[in-house]
Design a protein around this ligand. Structure first.
Ligand SMILES: Cc1cc2nc3c(=O)[nH]c(=O)nc-3n(C[C@H](O)[C@H](O)[C@H](O)COP(=O)(O)O)c2cc1C
Length: 363
C-alpha cells in the first residue's frame, strides 16, 4: 500500500520537531525524521565547521525529509552605553563567582551567504526539504538561494500581522507561535509605528497558541503550523480542530536521549514536570537581549525576567558567559538559560521515535 504523505512536509506524520538551538543537533533530527515526522537542525549557534559535520550526519543517516532552521535577525550596532550598564548590573555576580565578563559579541548568527555555501557544498547528497526561519525572513537575494534548493520555506509568526507579512513575502506555510512556546519569540514586526520589534514591551499583547492559531488560519491562505505549549496527543488533536495543517513541538523532546540538553537543564525540566508547584516559566531577555521563555532561575528572579539594561540581541550573552560557565561547573543553573515552554507535562525520557509516535497519535 502506498503511504499517504503530508502535502507540504512530505512526511508520514504532520509533525515538526521544533529546532532548538543549544539543546539538540542532527542526532535528534535524524531520530524524528526516521520515525516519520520532520526532524529539524537548528543552525543559529553552529560554527561553519559544526554546520558541516551536522549536515554530514543528516545526509548519511537519513534519506527522509529534514528541516534546516536559521535566524533572520540583523546584527545590531554595538551600544556601549547599554553594554556598560549591563556589565555594571552583573558585576556583583562576577565578584561572587570570581569571574570576568567576556568581550562583547554574539553567539547567534543570521542566515548568510557563507552558511548557504556550506549547505550547497553537499547538495548532491541531499538538501533540506524545508527551511524554517525565526525573526522574519532573510533578504530576497538569500531567500532566492533557498528556493533554488527546492526547499519549502516556512517561518514563525507571533501575530496575525506577521502571518500576513510572511504570506505576502511568499512563504509556503506560517508557524503560529503562541505565547506558551519555549525559547525565543519569533517576533519581528513592530506592534505600532516606531516600536522596536525586539522591545520586550511590544510582547505584552502576544496571544496564546489557541487564541492565535484560529485567527491566523482565518487571515491567510497558506497552511498554518501550530506551535507553543503542545506537549501531548490531546494538544495535537486540539490544534487540528482549530485548523492547523501540522504542529511544531519543541519542549516535549528536550528530555529524549537523542537531545543534547545539558544535565542541569534536564534536572530543571524534570523538577518542573514532576512538581507542578515547582519553577514556572517566564519570558526573559536577560540571556540574549530578546525575549525567550525559560524556567525561572536566580538571575531572572533577582534582575527581573525583563530588564531594560540588556544589550540588543544577540549581544547580552557575552557578559554572562563566564559566569554561567563557572556556575555550571559548580553544579548550579542560576545563570543558564533553561528554555522551556509553559507545558512540560509531556516531556519524557523515552526515545524520540516513541515520543514522535505518541504525539502523532493525536492527529
Ligand atoms: C530549548 C529551545 C530552543 C529553541 N530554539 C529555537 C531555534 O533555534 N529556532 C527556532 O526557530 N525556534 C526555537 N525554539 C522555539 C520553537 O521553534 C517552538 O516555537 C517552540 O518550541 C514551541 O513551543 P513548545 O516548546 O512549547 O513546544 C526553541 C524552543 C526551545 C524550547
Amino acid at each position: 500500500m502506498v503511504e499517504s504523505l503530508h502535502p507540504l512536509l512530505k512526511t508520514k506524520y504532520p509533525l515538526i520537531q521544533a529546532p532548538m538551538a543549544g539543546s539538540q543537533g542532527a542526532r535528534l533530527a535524524v531520530a524524528v525524521s526516521e520515525a516519520g515526522a520532520m526532524g529539524s537542525l537548528p543552525c543559529a549557534m553552529l560554527s561553519p565547521q559544526a554546520l558541516r559535520s551536522e549536515l554530514e550526519v543528516l545526509r548519511s543517516q537519513t534519506s527522509r525529509p529534514w528541516n534546516l532552521n536559521f535566524f533572520a535577525h540583523s546584527n545590531p550596532p554595538p551600544d556601549p552605553q547599554r553594554e556598560a550598564a549591563w556589565r555594571e548590573l552583573l558585576a556583583p555576580y562576577h565578584r561572587e563567582f570570581g569571574t570576568e565578563p567576556a568581550p562583547p559579541g554574539g553567539a547567534r548568527s543570521p542566515f548568510s551567504d557563507e552558511l548557504a555555501d556550506i549547505v550547497e557544498e553537499g547538495a548532491e547528497r541531499g538538501l533540506p526539504a524545508v527551511v524554517s526561519f525565526h525573526f522574519g525572513l532573510p533578504e530576497p537575494r538569500l531567500l532566492a538561494r533557498v528556493r533554488i534548493w527546492g526547499s519549502k520555506v516556512i517561518a514563525s509568526a507571533t501575530t496575525v500581522a506577521e502571518a500576513r507579512w510572511l504570506e505576502d513575502h511568499g512563504v509556503d506555510a506560517v508557524i503560529a507561535q503562541g505565547l506558551e512556546a519555549g525559547g525565543h519569540r519569533g517576533h519581528f514586526l513592530p506592534h505600532a509605528k516606531g516600536d522596536d520589534p525586539a522591545d520586550p514591551a511590544a510582547l505584552l499583547g502576544q496571544a496564546g497558541s489557541f487564541a492565535l492559531l484560529p485567527q491566523i488560519v482565518d487571515a491567510v491562505l497558506v497552511p498554518v503550523i501550530a506551535a507553543g505549549g503542545i506537549c501531548t496527543a490531546q494538544g495535537v488533536a486540539a490544534a487540528r480542530a482549530l485548523g492547523a495543517s501540522a504542529v511544531q513541538i519543541g519542549t516535549a523532546f528536550l528530555l529524549c536521549p537523542e537531545a543534547d540538553t545539558s544535565p542541569l537543564h534536564r534536572a530543571a525540566l524534570r523538577a518542573a514536570r514532576d512538581d507542578r508547584a515547582g519553577r514556572p516559566t517566564a519570558l526573559t531577555n536577560l540571556f540574549t537581549g530578546r525575549p525567550a521563555r525559560g524556567l525561572v532561575n536566580r538571575l531572572m528572579a533577582e534582575l527581573g525576567p525583563i530588564n531594560g539594561n540588556t544589550p540588543p540581541f544577540p549581544l547580552a550573552g557575552a557578559a554572562l558567559a563566564p559566569l554561567r560557565a563557572e556556575a555550571e561547573r559548580r553544579g548550579n543553573s542560576d545563570f543558564s538559560p533553561l528554555w522551556a515552554g509553559q507545558n512540560v507535562s509531556g516531556c519524557s525520557e523515552d526515545g524520540a521515535a516513541e515520543v514522535t509516535r505518541r504525539l502523532a497519535a493525536g492527529w
